[in-house]
Design a protein around this ligand. Structure first.
Ligand SMILES: *Cc1c(COP(=O)(O)O)cnc(C)c1O
Length: 452
């Protein structure tokens, strides 16, 4: 093991040093990747020197997500405390199904969940679990909604007429999960968004009334805290009113910006979201822990047991159900995603997590102010958002983003809203400061001047 740790140390040092000068990895077109790197597996192994060389080249050629040039997706940065926690989790290699196999790691997972439910104002009847990403925690939400509507489905198979509602701006995992759950993609009714990208609650109500009149069964409304493109927040209070009136499960997809929960300054953006039945949040997005760390909490823990519990006497031999989270999880063997988040939370506290969230909103404001003060730019996104959407000099967004990538300048992506395509710049890396944000724009301007 010592030898492996030495190699780890050596390669990591080389990466960190190189990132300082080259925040974007050299671009290798996918058609060339097998030629340029030694990736092929063969019948015989390789000697240690070759192995080390190939591994190092591979690491150095991989996209860099922790630098101040990565604005491509909804994560970024490298929090050293959280990384430390994750490295230890790998060395320990526990599986999180039982207390017998996970020991106190089960307790820290429960501690995380309890603190999140406390922030939502939920009582001790609430609970939660972690799964491999927001798509999967959302999946758990839809399965619980389905089983709460009709507990027979999990035994007998699905039935026609089940309907899920979500905004047209919500994440694609909702229809995908509806397919997995036997509800069907076509039975996800997409509700139009208003001019600011929030679900239109009056159209939601109309859709439900119409569907019920046709004999359909609304089983879940998905409300989003941080839509994928504009990072908008749905009107949770109005949606919660509708859910209460029609007795429909309310799920909040907070994978992206549900972490506003941690900030005293921005919690108002999710006002009403705590009236939901289930709430997901990704600590690997706004909270900067390594991928993946996604949590779902449920107001009434009985739903976790009703949807996910299977008896397995070979597995559950000791300890109370409470300390055997395998009984409420999607997987059997499950990675310890709790330690990295616990390490971060333990070290900086809840107010520290809130400060990380605040910083991202502040960086978003810096970006918006820059755009608004320069007539070469058009802004499409709104206040209180960490997804800043804009166009520059009328140049097609995808042309700029692709050229920046191919020239190894910057990693940024594009999106669209109500038919307009634009660059989507995300200020989720709280390792950046205001100068990094301004520098990003200056770099794009110089690049366009020179290359386009
Ligand atoms: C990222 C995201 C997801 C999916 O989370 P993964 O961890 O990538 O699976 C779901 N919903 C929203 C709103 C997201 O931003």
């Amino acid at each position: 093991m010592q030898k492996a740790l030495d190699i780890f140390q050596e390669i990591t040092q080389a990466l960190l040093a190189d990132e300082q000068h080259n925040p974007v990895a050299r671009y290798i077109p996918s058609e060339k990747v097998y030629e340029e790197l030694d990736l092929k597996l063969s019948h015989d192994g390789t000697n240690m020197d070759n192995f080390k060389k190939s591994l190092k080249e591979l690491v150095l050629a991989t996209p860099r997500t922790a630098t101040n040039a990565f604005f491509n997706q909804l994560f970024g940065g490298r929090n050293e405390t959280a990384v430390l926690g994750d490295l230890l989790a790998v060395i320990l290699n526990n599986s999180m199904y039982t207390y017998k196999a996970g020991g106190p790691m089960i307790a820290i997972e429960k501690e995380i969940i309890r603190n999140i439910t406390d922030l939502l104002g939920w009582d001790s009847n609430s609970d939660g679990t972690l799964a491999a990403g927001g798509s999967m925690t959302n999946y758990k939400g839809i399965l619980m909604a389905r089983d709460a509507f009709d507990p027979e489905i999990k035994h007998k198979g699905s039935r026609p007429g089940l309907v899920v509602y979500t905004s047209e701006e919500s994440h694609y995992s909702i229809p995908k999960n509806a397919a997995f759950a036997g509800i069907g993609r076509n039975n996800v009714h997409k509700i139009p968004a208003d001019s600011m990208g929030r679900m239109d609650a009056s159209l939601l109500r109309k859709a439900i009334i119409k569907d019920k009149a046709e004999g359909l069964h609304p089983i879940m409304i998905n409300a989003t805290a941080g839509t994928t493109v504009l990072a908008a927040f749905d009107p949770f209070e109005e949606i919660a009113d509708i859910c209460a009136e029609y007795k429909i499960w309310m799920h909040v997809d907070g994978a992206y910006c549900g972490s506003a929960l941690f900030s005293d300054n921005y919690r108002h953006l999710i006002k009403g979201a705590n009236r939901a039945d289930s709430y997901t949040v990704n600590a690997h997005k706004m909270l900067g822990t390594p991928l993946s760390c996604s949590i779902i909490v449920v107001k009434d823990k009985k739903h976790l047991h009703e949807s996910f519990s299977n008896d397995a006497s070979y597995l559950y031999q000791t300890d109370a159900d409470d300390f055997n989270p395998g009984k409420i999880s999607l997987q059997c063997g499950r990675r310890n995603d709790a330690l990295k988040f616990w390490a971060l939370w333990k070290s900086i506290g809840t107010q520290g997590l809130g400060a990380l969230v605040d910083k991202q909103f502040r960086l978003g404001e810096v970006a918006r102010n820059y755009i608004l003060s320069n007539s070469d730019y058009t802004l499409y996104s709104f206040d209180d958002s960490i997804g800043i959407c804009y166009n520059y000099k009328g140049i097609p967004a995808r042309d700029i983003c692709t050229a920046l990538y191919e020239k190894s300048e910057l990693m940024v992506g594009y999106g669209s809203f109500h038919g307009t395509e634009f660059i989507r710049f995300v200020t989720i890396n709280y390792g950046n400061d205001e100068a990094d944000i301004i520098n990003y724009f200056k770099q794009v301007e110089a690049f366009v001047e020179k290359e386009m």
